[in-house]
Design a protein around this ligand. Structure first.
Ligand SMILES: C[S@@+](CC[C@H](N)C(=O)[O-])C[C@H]1O[C@@H](n2cnc3c(N)ncnc32)[C@H](O)[C@@H]1O
Ligand code: SF4
Length: 387
């Protein structure tokens, strides 16, 4: 049995459009249709979706909201405000709720961040990717390096000092120094958080079908990660997750809800949700219909639900480990039991095997990935697959 009231709750809102689709991206994002974004209709659908989702978590407090995409900064501040005010009317918000909006440095008009801040946004995640204009062009980005610095200036003017920069490394034609230079330029903008992702060739993307020339091999990519980690550490950014680095007190609370196996409502096209049932006897996962046109065409809230199912007990410990082992600090047995309702004994055999392979260690009462386990995280996570 799980005590649902003790589990932090977040809200994820998916906004699925981008100016154009980047060739490496397999997120549920779609080029803006010829007639533009159906902003009003989409916001109305989101509001109905919220009304439909809220009863399952009635009375529980929202600790974070994340507007993700796609490119949420294509939406007006008024649209964001309408979603937020509706959420606040349906559910209590923590006084210090973290409210993040993803933004593309190429879509930020002058003054817009101030309007988002007035709507309640207090954290922004900027998709910088690189500070090398040639690399940005190869990645199909709609912005140059200068736009990133300009967007950060706009953020500061708007009083939003809590912001993340997304960077990718192991880019086509990139050498170790190039990856470090990118990071230097990111650090110079003094973000509170850096997400540092290795470029991956996702199945069915244009990059996977026709890989760009000059992709670094695994060893070079690994050296980039190790050297970049040291650079970030020396600049005061502590790694707390596979790709997440933060200044003290600035870890992304929303992502921590995912990785610590908290609950989240997921609304908008293709959004995923996870909610512990009120009686504590099961955890439900939900997925909304993926295509924005289908999401918009739905005439009832039920039609927007593509999938809703309870997680089978046999899958629970794997799902927990999939998330919690991403965290540098790992997890305690007590935390595992509180979030899954399972006895930690179910982990013992796979944990022992992972330990024998040097992928997992137990330190100060916490299970966590070793350095080797972080490098080969998939291998570690697979140890916990249901038999
Ligand atoms: C959902 S995207 C949203 C950010 C925003 N749309 C943008 O790109 O400016 C979140 C981040 O995932 C990362 N990402 C997307 N595709 C990736 C890939 N194939 N490999 C590694 N990182 C990727 C990028 O850094 C991106 O900023
Ligand atoms: S802007 Fe972001 S979400 Fe949109 S296609 Fe590019 S990486 Fe994907």
């Amino acid at each position: 049995m799980i005590d649902a009231r003790g589990i932090p709750l977040a809200l994820y809102v998916h906004l699925p459009w981008c100016v154009r689709k980047c060739p490496y991206c397999d997120f549920n994002s779609h080029a803006v249709p010829a007639g533009g974004i159906a902003e009003e209709a989409y916001v109305a659908a989101l509001r109905r979706d919220l009304e439909f989702a809220a009863p399952a978590v009635a009375g529980r407090e929202i600790v974070s909201v994340f507007f993700g995409g796609g490119t949420p900064s294509l939406f007006s501040a008024a649209a964001i405000a309408r979603v937020l005010s509706h959420a606040r009317s349906l559910l209590p918000f923590a006084a210090d709720a973290e409210i993040t909006l993803e933004a593309n440095p190429g879509t930020v008009e002058h003054g817009r961040f101030a309007d988002y801040a007035a709507a309640g946004v207090n954290r922004v995640s900027l998709g910088a990717q690189s500070f090398d204009d040639a690399k940005l062009a190869t990645l199909g980005r709609i912005h140059g390096a200068g736009d990133i610095a300009r967007a950060v200036g706009e953020l500061r003017t708007a009083g939003i000092d809590n912001f993340n920069l997304d960077l990718m490394y192991a880019l086509p034609g990139q050498d170790l120094q190039g990856a470090l230079d990118d990071l230097d330029r990111a650090i110079a903008l003094a973000p509170t958080h850096v997400s540092h992702y290795q470029l991956t060739l996702e199945p069915d993307t244009p990059f996977a079908k026709r890989p760009p020339a000059g992709l670094p091999d695994d060893d070079l990519a690994w050296s980039m990660q190790v050297e970049c980690q040291s650079l970030l550490a020396s600049a005061g950014y502590e790694q707390y997750e596979v790709s997440g680095y933060a200044r003290p007190g600035r870890r992304c609370r929303h992502n921590l809800v995912y990785w610590e196996f908290g609950d989240y409502l997921g609304i908008g096209a293709g959004a995923h949700g996870k909610v512990t049932r009120r009686d504590g006897k099961a955890i439900e996962r939900t997925i909304r219909v993926r295509h924005p046109a289908a999401y918009l065409a739905a005439t009832t809230a039920e039609q927007r639900v593509a999938e809703a199912r309870d997680v089978a007990p046999a899958d629970l410990s794997f799902e927990f480990c999939l998330n919690a082992l991403r965290l540098v600090a790992g997890f305690t047995p007590q935390h595992f039991e509180e979030r899954t309702g399972l006895p930690v004994a179910v982990l013992e055999q796979p944990a022992e095997q992972a330990r024998a392979r040097g992928l997992l260690e137990r330190v100060d009462g916490r299970w966590r990935a070793t350095a080797l386990g972080r490098r080969f995280l998939n291998d570690l996570q697979e140890q916990f697959l249901p038999a």
